[in-house]
Design a protein. Structure first.
Length: 279
């Protein structure tokens, strides 16, 4: 199988680290971005020829363009994996302006700019694969997660449009929608807003989920990483890939409910059209 060069954001933990480790073990080249090199020193030392570490904060848009221009001029990037991101929990009213701005900059704008930056290179080489790590939270919304859902619903809409734009250039795009997994996303990196007691109850139910003492998430990040890697060889690229049986069940249920809601509005929608006999 042909070796590939991957550009992956956020490789110090979670899916990014699992993907990078498996890819390096099978002989591919990984250009991995981090904010702290100390967290990936083991990979730097173990794979000096095939692991290239780059420092990047995905909220710094000029830095994104500079980095992508640099690495894409030095290497043929076969696959971009937008992985960098984090979870933010709390009712909309509980969130600060800074928290709102930061998660949009990280989980939404950062991914958009990485894709925009790599597209000219993939278009010129007439090949490429973009893998966007989203969440089944890009299809299913829960209370206490409003801004995370805003970012994930947003990036999924962006990616669905871009996938149609770039298919003519032999560029495939896959939106990965994992369910709960045993990564630092849930048990370490998640940010929580200052609580307002009025929202105790269903809105603060996420607090139980974030405590490992209440049971671990069902998803295995190593198995999920393996499925993501395999998807890069699928033709055509799957547009959506849900990882986790619970995530798929919840996604299907929500989509079926949504379709039923829209179908119930058939007469309402038609009532706003000009009558067919009017010119």
């Amino acid at each position: 199988m042909t070796k590939k060069t991957w550009l992956i954001t956020g490789v110090s933990s979670g899916f990014g680290h699992a993907l990078t480790t498996q890819l390096l073990e099978k002989g591919d080249t990984v250009i991995g971005t981090v904010r702290n090199f100390a967290k990936i020193q083991d990979l730097i030392e173990q794979y000096p020829d095939t692991f290239i570490s780059e420092k990047l904060d995905v909220t710094d848009v000029p830095a994104i363009h500079t980095l992508v221009n640099k690495v894409a001029s030095e290497h043929k990037i076969d696959v971009l994996v937008n992985n960098a991101g984090y979870g933010l929990f709390g009712a909309a009213e509980e969130l600060s302006d800074e928290q709102v701005d930061k998660i949009i900059a990280t989980d939404l704008t950062g991914s958009i700019q990485m894709i925009r930056s790599i597209l000219p290179y993939m278009r010129q080489q007439n090949s490429g694969r973009i893998i966007q790590i989203s969440s089944y939270g890009g299809q299913v919304a829960y209370p206490g997660n409003s801004m995370y859902h805003a970012a994930k619903f947003g990036i999924e809409g962006f990616c669905e449009a871009v996938a149609q734009e770039v298919a003519q250039f032999n560029i495939g795009l896959t939106i990965v929608e994992p369910g709960g997994a045993r990564t630092e996303f849930r048990y370490g990196s998640a940010k929580v807003a200052d609580p307002i007691p009025a929202y105790d109850g269903p809105t603060h139910a996420f607090m139980k989920m974030l405590d490992p003492a209440n049971g671990l998430a069902p998803g295995d990040p190593k198995r999920m990483a393996s499925r993501i890697i395999e998807s890069a060889d699928q033709t055509p690229a799957p547009l959506h890939m849900v990882l986790g049986s619970e995530a798929l069940k919840n996604t299907i249920e929500r989509l079926e409910t949504r379709v039923a809601e829209y179908k119930s509005e058939t007469e309402l929608a038609a009532s706003t059209d000009f009558p067919v006999d009017e010119k």
